[in-house]
Design a protein around this ligand. Structure first.
Ligand SMILES: Nc1nc2c(c(=O)[nH]1)N[C@H]1C(S)=C(S)[C@@H](COP(=O)(O)O)O[C@H]1N2
Ligand SMILES: [Mo]
Length: 546
């Protein structure tokens, strides 16, 4: 195939307009029009392929996380790199349309390079693909300057570039088939011409539809991120207790005691991150209440807010898993909001609903007791990230997220377990989800080889809203040995533990168990997460080398 393509293009002479026109004067129309128009069609193929790649990147970012949009990242990187003088000039020239002007400029540059990629790819297989690859690397570099290095942040720009490369290859191959056919017979030329134009049309159509969709999401996400950037969170009326320095060992391989926002696990059913405008957001308290209450975001920010460290965990967390994180949350106690509405006797559940229709059923008594259940607006000193429920979410110490931690929350319906159920309950998960006392070994990682001598074992343990009394470790099913338990931040957060042991060369199985402050040890029976949380001892195997 490649051979034919090559020879036909040699036959056709140069790629560009006008070359060899004279000799082909009496050849039928399809023959002659191809080589002349070939470069132009190749440019169109390049632009279509690049559009497909850009749209793929934006759609993937729309699904995954708005902060991963390659286009936004590149634009942001340009804005950051432009000297202030030029920035001022651009703002004075384009006014508030400066961002639109930047996007138009980027589109023109991308289209120009993409056209070049098409022309190059027609002349030489993969030459244009290399240009698309450069787009991909630029997007990747820009994304990595703005987001944490996660597998998704690495993958997404490369997937987008791969989409562009595949599309380019397909289109250019069709174009070359048309060019080959032109030198064979007019009938064959007409058929392959139609094939190429159809492929180009389908490619452009899909890119256009995807582009409109991505544009809608993008503008919603931009509006929400801009609204988020404008928010100035008030200081807490009740600040978080200081973190005791001894609470964090700083040992390599341990998770940070307070999880940075970009590293915080994310679990939800939202295909596209909901984008909620804080100016129009409101929370309604309805159902079995003496009076309905409605709260705006501005109302909420005026309340006396608490700041508390609270560790939240997912019921789907496997033993030893990482669907758990600890943040400093800023918010107003749900109990105070419910006190305004006055729940009626007989009510025993609050069904919280999110902007995208997801629900959680939380026991009313948990929301009205003295624990720091928050209608949270802040996470580690910043407004909630879009992925973590901007502008407002629930955070309940002691319950798994699926029955409590509603993100993008818009309604609290006071009701009864007999009448209502949260999203996951009819799907086989238990109606109530108190967090189970658990522990994890973080250091050393399972399967890791370590040197003989003193080996430090370390990890975390949690029993939110109860607290951990002790952590024990056993080696090769020997006796349980008490580990050193660090001071916690509060009973609502995880605790770090460590134990130095002397190990001679060999294979070891290490297990951990925690006991809560009531003296109840964690459940040792190995059970899967469904229906109400995994149990069993986290076990790691370590190879000790001499
Ligand atoms: N709107 C909404 N809120 C939600 C969920 C969801 O699917 N939709 N999932 C819940 C679950 S199962 C968990 S474990 C926590 C996770 O919160 P995070 O993503 O901020 O870590 O959010 C909870 N809140
Ligand atoms: Mo969860």
């Amino acid at each position: 195939m490649l051979e034919i393509v090559k020879s036909s293009r040699e036959k056709g002479g140069a790629d560009d307009d006008g070359a060899g026109q004279g000799e082909r004067a009496e050849v039928p129309v399809p023959h002659q029009s191809v080589p002349r128009a070939g470069a132009r069609w190749a440019a169109a193929a390049g632009i279509t392929a690049a559009a497909g790649g850009v749209v793929a990147g934006e759609l993937l970012a729309g699904f995954a996380s708005p902060s991963l949009s390659p286009l936004t990242a590149v634009g942001g990187a340009i804005i950051d790199a432009v000297p202030p003088g030029i920035k001022d000039w651009a703002v004075s020239l384009f006014g508030t349309s400066d961002k639109a002007a930047l996007l138009v400029g980027m589109a023109l540059v991308i289209a120009g390079l993409a056209a070049l990629a098409g022309v190059l790819e027609r002349r030489r297989r993969f030459a244009g693909a290399a240009v698309m690859g450069i787009f991909g690397l630029t997007g990747l570099a820009a994304v990595l300057t703005r987001s944490q290095v996660t597998p998704l942040a690495l993958l997404l720009p490369l997937l987008a570039a791969a989409a562009a490369v595949v599309l380019l290859r397909l289109l250019v191959r069709q174009l070359q088939a048309w060019e080959d056919a032109s030198s064979a017979s007019p009938a064959a030329a007409a058929v392959s011409r139609r094939c190429f134009l159809q492929a180009l049309g389908v490619g452009a159509g899909v890119a256009a539809v995807g582009g409109v969709l991505a544009g809608i999401w993008r503008s919603a996400a931009i509006a929400a991120s801009e609204a988020r950037a404008r928010i100035v969170l008030p200081g807490p009326a009740s600040p978080a207790p200081l973190v005791p320095p001894a609470a964090e060992s700083g040992l390599a391989g341990m998770p940070a005691l307070v999880t940075p926002n970009p590293d915080f696990y994310r679990i939800d059913t939202a295909l596209v991150v909901p984008t909620v405008n804080p100016d129009t957001w409101s929370l309604r308290v309805t159902g079995m209440v003496a009076r309905d209450v409605e709260l705006s975001f501005a109302d909420l920010l005026q309340k006396p807010l608490l700041e508390r460290h609270i560790t939240i965990a997912c019921v789907s967390n496997e033993v030893g898993g990482d669907l758990i994180g600890n943040a400093r949350w800023l918010g107003w106690p749900v109990r105070e909001l419910l006190a305004l509405a006055v729940p009626q006797p007989g009510a025993d559940m609050v069904l919280s609903r999110s902007a995208d229709g997801w629900t959680a059923g939380t026991p009313l008594d948990v929301l009205t007791d003295d624990r720091d259940t928050l209608l949270a607006v802040g996470m580690n000193g910043a407004p909630l990230p879009l992925e973590h429920g901007f502008p407002v979410r629930l955070v309940v110490p002691g319950l798994y997220g699926y029955v409590s931690a509603t993100k993008w929350v818009t309604e609290l319906k006071v009701t009864r377990f007999a009448d209502d159920a949260g999203y996951w309950t009819p799907r086989g998960w238990s109606a109530r989800g108190p967090i189970k006392t658990s522990s994890r070994i973080d250091v050393p990682r399972s399967g890791r080889a370590v040197s003989a001598g003193t080996v430090v074992l370390a990890g975390i343990a949690w029993a939110q809203h109860t607290g951990i009394r002790s952590v024990e470790v056993r080696i090769n099913r020997g006796p349980w040995r008490e580990a050193e338990l660090a001071t916690g931040i509060s009973v609502d957060t995880w605790y770090q533990w460590k134990l130095a042991v002397d190990l001679t060369p060999g294979q070891y199985e290490i297990q951990v168990r925690a006991t809560n402050v009531n003296g109840e040890p964690q459940d040792e029976t190995a059970r899967p997460p469904a229906p109400d949380g995994a149990t069993g001892f986290h076990t790691v195997r370590v190879d000790v080398k001499s």
